[in-house]
Design a binder for this molecule. Structure first.
Ligand SMILES: [Zn+2]
Length: 113
């Protein structure tokens, strides 16, 4: 199983922040999924809870390591390459571009239903 490590080009661009260079590197390496990942970072849609990282898109997607709960990852990509959410979380961790909530996502979810 792949560890989905980000290409050097992307990592290098990420050090410069949310630049055009990063956008371009993501687009070249991941196409539309890369573009989406950039958007998630820019809109600060990555949230860190005590138990999981969550990306707020059409729905909320839980990302844990090399796994994401979205349909794209599980059906289109068949868990073989990273979806936009996994890419966004990887970069958010490196760039510290996420909001942190000192609660468990699982508790938060059950409190809302
Ligand atoms: Zn996903």
């Amino acid at each position: 199983m792949s560890d989905f490590s980000l290409p050097d080009e992307v990592l290098k661009a990420a050090r410069k922040g949310l630049s055009y260079e990063l956008y371009r590197a993501l687009l070249l390496n991941y196409g539309k999924r890369g573009e989406k990942a950039f958007f998630y970072l820019k809109e600060r849609r990555v949230k860190k809870y005590k138990d999981f990282f969550v990306v707020v898109g059409t729905n909320e997607y839980v990302v844990e390591g090399n796994f994401c709960t979205c349909m794209d990852f599980q059906f289109n990509l068949k868990a073989r390459s990273p979806c936009a959410h996994i890419i966004a979380v990887r970069l958010a961790r490196i760039m510290k571009l996420y909001d942190y909530y000192d609660i468990y996502y699982t508790d938060f979810m059950s409190s809302r239903s």
